[in-house]
Design a protein. Structure first.
Length: 425
């Protein structure tokens, strides 16, 4: 414990890495013992590795609660290894990346479908003669297209499983390669106001890829819609404790909560690395509060702690290291809530619950331009995201990131125009 609470303010990378590893091990241990059946949990992981992972496939249904959490921990360890062995440092961004990888390994990602995408990103780094460390974050995040591996493996055009598997792996490598240069361009389109830029980028790439595949005869006719509601009690306790560890460890390291308010002074527009800006202790407290806030929102709307929603709770907390803070996320949530009074959907619809989780990726809009713009962003997000999954045949797990980036491309120029008319730019 003393090592976890000790860090060098001038070199925080090792301490951040240790926290990421600790979180991964907590997920694995919880998965192994939450149902008192470690062998069953490991068998659940095996089932997950060879199952469809397209939106929405709840791994609590596929591999059981234990199997899903072990899978999440293993995926998180892989993402940590990519940072470590590429030579990339561990900052606030690594919290966001490692936690979102772990979260989405509760519905869609696994080590099998992540590896070829990471390899594709590594090939790109070699091709352009750049250090892989420059693409470590992008490589990890591009694994949101991982379901393409199992989809082609199980639903390919060949009668041979081996051939279909090879084709799926090659397509994943291609995605990993192509997304890296495309991401840099897409980030300019929304000016850093969409924290899930790779979701936007991978969305564009997979739209083109799935269109091409359809032209060759692939039929993306199924939409998995598994959604587990069975573990709300135990998962509520788990996340309260999980984020309590973050908050109180940060408080001890900081010598109290002094200075925590400075976190919300940052807009959240990329780049916004809270470890670099505020230090690890305040970052951990921010992550803890965000995790509690997200959990409270889901419980307040009578939502479910399914695999996808738990992914949201992990992701929101993780991005407490990069862009999100306990203040700037409030306004997107309020926008969804207000729009619900005149909409045909309900707050606890599955898609809306997911929107509550991931609308937080545009928190920088409220952070920079104020609550009104953030409220409108929340309204735009929940409407757009309910339409976009079919664009790429449901194989881009970061559908919310794609939807957010998409509306930002149109919304941010409008904000600039209004600000200029008001004489504020």
């Amino acid at each position: 414990m003393s090592k976890l609470l000790a860090y060098d303010p001038e070199n925080q990378s090792e301490a951040v890495m240790r926290w990421n590893i600790l979180s991964a091990m907590i997920l694995i241990l919880f998965g192994l013992f939450c149902q008192g059946d470690p062998v069953g949990a490991l068998n659940g992981v095996k089932t997950i590795l060879v199952s469809d992972g397209s939106l929405i496939t709840d791994y609590f249904v596929t591999g059981g609660l234990g199997g899903a959490f072990v899978n999440a921990g293993l995926a998180m360890l892989l993402s940590i290894a990519v940072f470590k062995f590429s030579g990339a440092g561990f900052g606030g961004g690594s919290f966001g990346v490692c936690y979102i990888v772990a979260g989405f390994a509760l519905f869609g990602k696994n080590v099998l479908n992540m590896l070829p995408i990471i390899f594709g990103a590594w090939l790109y780094a070699k091709a352009v003669k750049e250090p892989f460390s420059k693409f470590a974050m992008g490589a990890n995040l591009t694994t949101c297209a991982g379901p393409i591996v199992q989809y082609v493996m199980l639903h390919g055009l060949s009668s041979s499983v081996a051939v279909n598997t090879i084709v799926g792996l090659l397509l994943a490598v291609l995605i990993g390669f192509v997304v890296q240069p495309t991401a840099a361009y897409c980030a300019k389109l929304h000016e850093g106001f969409c924290l899930y830029n790779i979701g936007l980028t991978t969305g564009f790439v997979t739209i083109i890829l799935t269109a091409f595949m359809k032209g060759l005869g692939y039929e993306f006719s199924f939409i998995s819609d598994s959604w587990c509601k069975d573990y709300k009690g135990i998962l509520t306790i788990f996340f309260i404790a999980f984020y309590a560890l973050h908050f109180f460890a940060g408080m001890i390291m900081n010598g109290g909560v002094k200075g925590l308010g400075s976190v919300m002074k940052h807009t959240g527009q990329l780049p916004c690395d809270y470890v670099a800006l505020e230090g690890l202790p305040k970052t951990l407290m921010n992550m803890g509060i965000l995790g509690w806030e997200m959990l409270a929102i889901i419980l307040a709307i009578n939502g479910d702690l399914s695999g996808p929603i738990c992914a949201g709770v992990l992701t929101v907390g993780g991005f407490g290291g990069l862009g999100k803070n306990y203040y700037n996320v409030l306004w997107g949530w309020l926008g969804i809530f207000l729009l619900s009074f005149v909409s045909v959907w309900h707050l606890n619809d599955a898609a809306v619950q997911l929107a509550f989780c991931f609308v937080t990726c545009v928190c920088g809009i409220a952070g920079k331009y104020g609550p009104i713009y953030g409220i409108v962003a929340g309204m735009l997000h929940v409407m757009v995201v309910r339409q976009t999954g079919s664009f790429f045949a449901w194989i881009n797990l970061y559908n919310n990131g794609f939807a957010a980036g998409l509306f930002c491309i149109a919304y941010i120029p409008v904000i600039h125009a209004i600000q200029r008319a008001l004489g504020k730019e």
